[in-house]
Design a protein around this ligand. Structure first.
Ligand code: EPZ
Length: 427
């Protein structure tokens, strides 16, 4: 198993470009099967979740190739509508293919995505959205079977009809599945209580480039009026706001002065607002942001995770790491996922003072953290361990960092370029 050995205590400096957004590229890759077309997708990050998506595309009959940071997809050869369990289990968010396969083929069969380390990951809102568009949906023996009335299979009408879809929760994935499937529906679709994340806007941008008449994305009501598919589309994926937040928190932990380029600072303003209040000097510009931290930080007050534009749940573990040596207390309220304080137990092994009670975690800042052996158990929690280790005295070994590769393109390489001492080795 690979481990990362991190020597803490070195401040960070320099400038790095931030990767393309994992949570934008995954729904866009799914949407590329909606119609037979050639997609040139630029600024694609090299991630395990992207590789899992490409495996699904190839299984469906697409050609999908890398060329540098561009992925070429030819979806004219789609010949299937099922995703086998072994491919579904490689990536929890593969349910995002549901709307695209249903929209293309008029039917879809996927195994239920497992829960994940964050807790149960229900898909009821996804299935309700497909039913609202006229699909019959059955879940038997952990398999989701979707079929639209009057569907004529792989070509021709898919039997979906435009509808008003009222989401009980502003679910990112359910909003994305609804937007994608609605492009194949006859008549207009209105999605109410839609998620407003920047990744929704990026997916809408790709769908527009593909020929969709769609608006309202980024707000609570998204309307899809029609779809005149183009045969070729070139699109550039937005920058990853959570990867940017991770590097900002790494500098807050380690100290120093770094610049992140190819970012949209407005996408992670909720994170920089807290880091600024804690004493970091944040200097945003149009496509870059600079952060400097020299003296001790202050506690971050109460940080409540909410749907966008609230504080993002994905950055909560990273900000928790940054708060561990701040003077005072930082309280986290996690409203999105049940089990998103997993990193707390491993952070305590570094000497952190963290009390958790249900969805609340209280961090009391300590003088110094001490290096220790810790185990990465999920994507953002693993990144939080690496981040905290940068500010710890001595050596930390992060075991099983493979989770981190799901969402970060060479996080160890990026941090090393900023001056961190990280050595990857097999044990
Ligand atoms: C997306 O997950 C992201 N993943 C997550 O990022 C992110 O944390 C999350 O949105 C919230 O921003 C991708 O985009 C691939 P949701 P998603 O549906 O779509 C409940 C990361 O670390 N819910 O907005 O699965 C659900 O249980 C990952 O990059 C239902 O009840 O999130 C959760 O409590 C982790 N029924 C809440 O809604 C449903 O049908 C928000 O989930 C769907 C969701």
């Amino acid at each position: 198993m690979t481990h990362w050995r991190i020597r803490g205590g070195e401040s960070l400096s320099g400038s790095v470009r931030v990767q393309g957004a994992k949570n934008a590229v995954l729904p866009i890759l799914a949407a590329s099967v909606l119609t037979g077309c050639e997609t040139e997708l630029q600024n694609c990050p090299r991630l395990r979740d992207v590789d899992a998506s490409l495996a699904i595309l190839r299984h469906l009959g697409c050609r999908a190739e890398w060329d540098g940071d561009t992925v070429y997809i030819d979806s004219r050869g789609v010949s299937g509508y099922t995703i086998p369990e072994k491919l579904m289990l490689q990536m929890r968010s593969s349910v995002i293919f549901l709307g695209a396969i249903l929209g293309r083929c008029g039917c879809a069969r996927l195994s239920m995505p497992g829960g994940c380390e964050l807790g149960p990951r229900p898909v009821d809102l996804h299935l309700e959205a497909m039913r609202a568009l006229g699909a019959h949906v059955e879940c038997v023996d952990n398999v989701i079977d979707c079929a639209a009335d009057g569907a004529s299979g792989l070509s021709g009408a898919t039997g979906l009809s435009g509808a008003v879809i009222r989401l009980a929760l502003p679910s990112v994935g359910a909003t994305e599945n609804a937007m994608i499937a609605a492009c194949a529906a006859k008549g207009a679709t209105v999605i109410e209580n839609a998620a407003r994340e920047p990744e929704i806007v990026d997916l809408a941008g790709y769908l527009r480039a593909l020929g969709a008449d769609i608006d309202g994305d980024g707000g609570p009501v998204v309307t899809v009026r029609g779809f005149a598919p183009r045969e070729r589309v070139r699109y550039r994926v937005m920058p990853d706001r959570i990867a940017a937040s991770t590097l900002l928190c790494a500098c807050a932990c380690a100290g120093g002065d770094i610049e992140l380029t190819d970012v949209t600072p407005g996408h992670f303003a909720a994170v920089t607002d807290v880091l600024g209040a804690m004493g970091c000097r944040i200097t945003p510009a149009s496509d870059r942001v600079r952060i400097a931290r020299s003296g001790r930080m202050r506690g971050g007050g109460t940080v409540v995770t909410r749907p966008y534009p609230g504080f993002p749940t994905d950055a909560q573990p990273l900000l928790m790491a940054a708060s561990l040596c701040a003077d005072g207390t930082t309280v986290f309220v996690e409203n999105i996922f049940e089990n998103r304080f997993r990193q707390a137990a491993e952070l305590r092994r570094l000497g952190a003072l963290i009390r958790t009670e249900g969805r609340v975690a209280a961090v009391t800042g300590v003088e110094r953290l001490r290096g220790a052996d810790v185990l990465a158990e999920d994507l953002r929690g693993g990144a939080a361990l690496v981040t905290a280790a940068l500010g710890a005295e001595g050596e930390t070994v992060v075991k099983d960092p493979g989770h981190i590769d799901r969402g970060y393109e060479s996080l160890d390489g990026t941090l090393s370029r900023l001056g961190a001492h990280i050595e990857k080795y097999m044990n």
